[in-house]
Design a protein around this ligand. Structure first.
Ligand code: APR
Length: 254
């Protein structure tokens, strides 16, 4: 039996499925991943340096401009067949939960009602100083060219600078999101990890937690990211190809 058939067999017996996704699931929607070489002007910047409060303090216009550009990329992107397969599995009756490291809204736009965003979301803006949410007008979120420096708007309450509602390196994950993710992973039958390099903790600990809770972990990735457990199945390939094929094997409409 090949890996795909084995994965379909496990899913057919399972009830509670948790999808744990990373940048790779949005790659085929045209959104660059992190550890692939950054395209364009950002090739000279290291995202792990840009995604920090220090970088924002040092050069708020550079960091805010970068996030406005990423927000624009997300706005023009469409969910791909990988995103749609996840909501189709839920529509077919499985108990499906989605935990994502991504800051885009492609899971929501593919029809997933509740998405746990461990690293926040591009669509939320908050004050860098007082952390209150900030509502911005569309014109305050527009950017025309990649690499443009844009001075962030100010908070109406404390005059602090607006920052993206994402989790930066050396910042804590939202506690409620993390606790929900741990609870789901510890009680699921199958965790399907899609398009993540598994290098950023604590998110990357979730597949191992699932294995320790006797779940089966199915990895979907272009490269082999398995951890060496006999409770893992590695499906090599792109999310937009592998996930629809998995649903076909399950007899679920793609
Ligand atoms: N289908 C499946 N997997 C893919 C595809 C694809 N089409 N394209 C790329 N991949 C895989 C790559 O092989 C890699 O393993 O997706 C993974 C992307 O890894 P990263 O770029 O490291 O993205 P991610 O794992 O989500 O990063 C985690 O790091 O920079 C921080 O906060 C950021 O949430 C991000 C976190």
């Amino acid at each position: 039996m090949n890996h795909m058939q084995k994965a379909a067999e496990v899913l057919a017996e399972a009830r509670r499925i948790v999808f744990f996704t990373g940048a790779g699931i949005s790659a085929e929607s045209g959104i660059p991943t992190f550890r692939d070489k950054l395209t364009g002007l950002w090739a000279k910047h290291d995202p792990e340096r840009l995604e920090t409060a220090d970088a924002f303090r040092e050069n708020p216009a550079l960091v805010w401009g970068w996030y406005l550009w990423r927000r624009r990329q997300v706005t023009v992107a469409q969910p791909n067949a990988g995103h749609h397969s996840i909501s189709n599995l839920a529509d077919a009756g499985w108990d499906v939960s989605v935990i994502t490291q991504n800051i885009d809204d492609l899971h929501e736009r593919a029809g997933v009602d509740v998405v746990i965003h461990l690293h926040g979301t591009l669509l939320k803006v908050k004050c860098f100083a007082c952390h209150r949410p900030i509502a911005l007008e569309p014109e305050q979120l527009s950017i025309s060219t990649e690499g443009e420096l844009v001075e962030p708007p100010r908070c109406s309450r404390c005059n602090g600078r607006a920052r993206p509602g994402v989790v930066w390196f050396r910042e804590n994950l939202p506690e409620d999101a993390w606790l929900s993710a741990v609870r789901l992973v510890s009680t699921c039958d199958v965790l399907i990890s899609v398009g993540t390099s598994g290098v950023v903790r604590p998110a990357a600990d979730l597949p191992e937690m699932a294995i320790r809770a006797n779940a089966t972990v199915i990895h979907v990735n272009l490269e082999d990211v398995s951890l060496g457990s006999d409770r893992e199945i590695m499906l090599l390939g792109s999310a937009a190809q592998v996930l629809p094929e998995l649903l076909r094997c399950l007899g679920v409409r793609e």
